[in-house]
Design a protein around this ligand. Structure first.
Ligand code: 8YV
Length: 337
């Protein structure tokens, strides 16, 4: 065995912190270049612990579970980059991060199709009562074939899908809906270009028109203070009693208590939720209902895509610590070539 220190081990590697468990191969790659403090046991840090972990490191890989704000950055005097393993970055106070001179990055594009697939799958499971039917079979309730006495759902084909939030993932869902012969309407902060509208077969409508006319409402908008409770009692009251509501965006975009009450009173047909207010806690009333499909925030969770997200976050971190522009820099004003 060669006991001589390699040239690499004598030069000081920059210190980095990996806040969540990641794939061992990605960790090994990081260890080639950095002195890594990692959290392979995957526990969730308190804000005090996070603040401590960020002190003395040049870079950090984090996820939606880590809130990066002025408090978290208080002692992070050496920090140059905070790389989110997530496209959504509502866990970042971008203003505070930028004020601290720290680059912030996310993981767009690599998860678009995987997330759109899941959104469409959740819609199908919800409208056609697939998980409820499975529970029904497992509970031994399937004692005879019947025309009417089994879980009857709502059609997707040739119905109207209303997408709120028409970014990359929303457009991905629209394109899938076209294959089902669905009419696509959308609401967004801004109109798509004519070419993008055409590619999605989508028509821009007001939020109110969307809620009143869509058979299936799908939420794919980012969470901000403006999008908090985009869907509450008032909005649900505008929806058709036969409509479904799908949230793959963020907890807090839907008022979960109001939704639970509406589902209990059959104000709408059903809901499919991948994200929740205060997750991983789920509103206890939602857990009691059969007309809601619940998933643990897994829209981007395929092996290939989660690896691609981690790889992109690693690429962002390495670029920043190499003095290069990270491929998905959020606060671009910080990069001085
Ligand atoms: C992440 C997501 O898995 O990318 C996003 O915005 O919601 C998911 O893909 C999750 O946020 C973990 O950070």
């Amino acid at each position: 065995m060669n006991t001589q220190a390699s040239p690499q081990s004598t030069t000081q590697k920059p210190k980095i912190f990996v806040a969540r468990a990641i794939f061992p191969e990605a960790l090994a790659k990081l260890e080639e270049f950095f002195e890594v403090r990692s959290n392979q046991e995957d526990r969730i840090f308190s804000s005090e612990e996070l603040q401590k972990e960020l002190s003395g490191v040049a870079g950090a890989l984090v996820a939606g579970s880590e809130r990066i704000d002025a408090k978290a950055l208080e002692d992070a005097k050496d920090l140059k980059i905070v790389a989110n393993i997530s496209v959504g970055y509502n866990n970042f106070d971008v203003q505070a991060i930028t004020a601290a001179g720290v680059m912030a990055t996310n993981t767009p594009d690599v998860l678009t199709d995987t997330t759109a697939d899941f959104g469409f799958g959740l819609l199908m499971a919800t409208a056609r009562r697939i998980t409820e039917s499975e529970h029904w079979v497992r509970a031994g309730k399937w004692d005879k074939w019947s025309i009417v006495n089994n879980p009857l759902g709502m059609d997707l084909h040739h119905s109207t899908i209303g997408i709120i939030g028409m970014g990359r993932i929303g457009q991905g869902i629209a394109k899938r809906a076209l294959g089902f012969g669905m009419k696509v309407i959308y609401h967004n902060r801004s109109h798509l270009s004519d070419a993008d509208e055409k590619a999605c077969g989508a028509t821009y409508v007001s939020k109110e028109e969307l809620l009143r006319t869509a058979d299936h409402v799908v939420l794919v908008l980012p969470y901000t203070s403006e999008s908090h409770h985009t869907i509450g009692t008032k909005e649900i009251a505008m929806m058709k009693p036969t409509a479904t509501l799908i949230n793959i965006a963020r907890g807090g975009i839907v008022d979960d208590a109001a939704l639970a009450q509406a589902l209990r009173e059959n104000k709408i047909f059903a809901a499919g939720l991948d994200v929740f207010e205060g997750e991983p806690s789920v509103h206890p009333e939602l857990l009691k209902l059969s007309n809601v499909v619940l998933a643990p925030h897994i829209a981007s969770a395929t092996e290939k895509t989660r690896r691609a997200m981690v790889d992109l976050a690693v690429e962002n971190l390495r670029a920043a610590l190499d003095g290069k522009k990270p491929p998905s820099l959020i606060n671009t004003e910080l990069f001085k070539a």
